[in-house]
Design a protein around this ligand. Structure first.
Ligand code: PMP
Length: 322
């Protein structure tokens, strides 16, 4: 329901974490410099281009603390990831919410217009939570070019690993071109480490340095770097799991569509049932088989792809003709 990876941690990752637990009487690093260097090397970026934090939401908070002056605008499409309004509140930003376009896409023209009017920062979520929609590289690059150079652009790619490779925008190359761009990613979803709280961002070194000023000392657990190092070693297996989740996603989309439900094509590990009038009906049917989905009354239902058995339960719960 929280768009987690449904599969338990790989045995090797869990073992490394258990081994690491033997030294949790010790503090972790003051700032997570080792973790930063591990992520940087993995990405092929120099360390000073990489920031890490307590989930990607933690990195986003640091970035907004560094860039948004209280009362100034933070623009994003709405609906969106629930944390964005919270981040606006926490940083004292004035949230400027631009309604989604029909079909669940963020209105980049509308966001750019608001940004030009008056904003310190914008956030774009790609692919989008909760609708699963993907913005193309061309759309995004045009958008980034429209944003004033002194406005922070947060490109939240929490689910990017679930996008088919040929359709994934090569966003990391843009950070070299646009010093106001922060690309945000996480180990919480495809890498299955939601409970470890490790997110990262890639940005121009000057921006990374500003973001790093808002790190809390000792805030990244010593186990987080152990889990990340073990996960990177097992990257192939984790990618196989992503392929499995994507295959399940496509199976569930087909099944629900055949049963007559309006389901948007998804680029994430969840689906959007575009059924504003039937949210309660879907919620009740899923409840009966013990599946929890996120209901957005009057709007739709976000359904996280689970393990095969729970996906089967969803398909049978929603199989009856409407
Ligand atoms: N961005 C989006 C769009 C999300 O949906 C989530 C998690 N639900 C996050 C960021 C936060 O992920 P984390 O802080 O675990 O990295």
């Amino acid at each position: 329901m929280l768009n987690e990876n449904p599969l338990p941690p790989l045995a090797s990752v869990a073992e490394e974490i258990a081994r690491g637990a033997g030294s949790i009487n010790r503090y972790p690093e003051f700032y997570p410099e080792h973790l930063q260097s591990v992520v940087a090397e993995w990405l092929g970026f120099p360390e000073e281009w990489v920031v890490v934090g307590s989930g990607s939401v933690g990195v986003a908070l640091q970035a907004l603390q560094a860039h948004v002056r209280p009362g100034n605008g933070l623009v994003y499409g709405w609906r969106n990831f629930d944390a964005y309004p919270l981040l606006a509140d926490m940083t004292g930003a004035r949230a400027v919410q631009v309604p989604l376009l029909p079909g669940g896409h963020q209105d980049l023209t509308g966001v750019a217009k608001e940004a030009a009017a008056d904003a310190d920062a914008v956030i774009v979520c790609n692919p989008h939570n909760p609708t699963g929609q993907l913005l193309s590289a061309d759309e995004l690059e045009e958008f980034i070019g429209l944003i004033p150079a002194d406005t922070l652009i947060v490109l939240d790619e929490a689910y990017i690993e679930f996008v088919e490779r040929s359709q994934r925008p090569d966003s990391l190359k843009w950070v070299r071109q646009y010093p106001n761009l922060l690309v945000l990613r996480t180990f919480s979803k495809a890498y299955g480490l939601a409970g470890m709280r490790v997110g990262y961002g890639v940005a121009h070194p000057e921006m990374a340095e500003r973001i790093n000023k808002f790190r809390l000392p000792y805030s990244m657990s010593s186990l987080s770097v152990v889990a990340v190092e073990a996960s990177i070693r097992e990257q192939r297996e984790l990618e196989d799991r992503v392929r499995h989740i994507v295959a399940e996603r496509e199976r569930v989309v087909r099944g629900l569509t055949e049963s007559g439900w309006s389901v948007l094509p998804s680029h994430t590990n969840f689906l959007w049932l575009d059924e504003p009038a039937r949210v309660d009906q879907v919620g009740a049917a899923l409840d009966r088989v013990g599946v929890r989905a996120r209901l957005y009354p009057g709007d739709g239902v976000r359904l996280t792809i689970g393990e095969r058995a729970s996906n089967d339960a969803v398909l049978s719960a929603l199989s009856s003709p409407r």
